[in-house]
Design a protein around this ligand. Structure first.
Ligand code: ZN
Length: 266
């Protein structure tokens, strides 16, 4: 069983025009579509819930967090942002959708500004699968065509993806890296471009297939946790500091020197 939490800002859907497209919210639509798979256990969380619905308990339960946000990135607290980032570094999967590229957790994990070009003009998007052997491309056609979507365009200010699964073409002429995979710490991050609130993109079978594949790809692999910092040799090797002060071996004299420097030298 894979535990999935679908997080949505859930503000656009207060507008009647958007509510008609997503009566149960974008999170509700994604949860409904993914909920058809027996291997997923799904819960949802939204911005205005206490701690944005992302308490430590919820995040500890979560194998893969799906994130949709747009107009209120700044309202996500630093505390919850740090909690999400820490869980990713500890192995939780994170799938960031559409305008979530400017969300605090994604920007922090990327270390870049993550901006792009954009235009809302009901143009066509054709999402090309450029790595057909990648797990996220499983059971997809050669391309997915969305009759109307918001247009995004390069340059997309992100680090070069570890793996790039999709590239989008838009009828207005732009192209965009729309399926980007990253590894951060023990966790996996997948950015997927489509999903503007005005279009019923998340009710589509092909888009749901991408999300299902992405959840399975991003789930924790439960690999070994690396040991960091000073370590004793595993093999029998000569100790060049033998007979000397242990602090020298552990470079503790450097710390002392810095302390001396900061308090004024004798
Ligand atoms: Zn949008």
């Amino acid at each position: 069983m894979i535990h999935v939490t679908v997080w949505n800002e859930f503000l656009h859907e207060k507008d009647e025009r958007i509510k008609r497209v997503y009566p149960d919210g974008i999170h509700g639509a994604i949860a409904q579509m993914l909920g058809r798979y027996e291997e997923f256990s799904i819960r949802t969380a939204t911005l205005e819930m206490e701690e944005h619905g992302l308490t430590q308990e919820v995040l500890d339960w979560t194998d893969v967090l799906i994130w949709w946000g747009h107009v209120a990135h700044a309202r996500v607290s630093d505390e919850v942002t740090d909690r999400v980032v820490a869980r990713v570094l500890d192995g939780m999967g994170l799938i960031v959708l559409h305008s979530g590229h400017l969300s605090k957790p994604f920007v922090k994990l990327m270390g870049t500004v993550c901006r792009s070009k954009w235009r809302e003009n009901d143009e066509k998007e054709r999402i090309w699968v450029i790595e057909p052997g990648h797990p996220i491309a499983a059971n997809l056609p050669e391309y997915i065509e969305l009759p109307m979507e918001e247009t995004y365009g390069e340059r997309f200010e992100v680090p070069a993806p570890d793996e790039l699964v999709f590239i989008s073409w838009f009828s207005g002429g732009e192209v965009f890296r729309s399926g980007c995979c990253y590894r951060r710490g023990l966790g996996k991050v997948f950015y997927f471009r489509p999903g503007h609130e005005e279009y019923p993109t998340f009710y589509r079978e092909d888009i749901t297939q991408v999300l299902k594949n992405a959840v399975e790809w991003a789930k924790p692999s439960h690999g070994p946790k690396p040991t960091l910092g000073f370590c004793e040799a595993i093999e029998k090797v000569e100790d060049k500091f033998a007979g000397m002060d242990d602090a020298l071996k552990k470079h503790e004299y450097i710390t002392e020197a810095y302390q001396c420097g900061s308090s004024g030298q004798q």
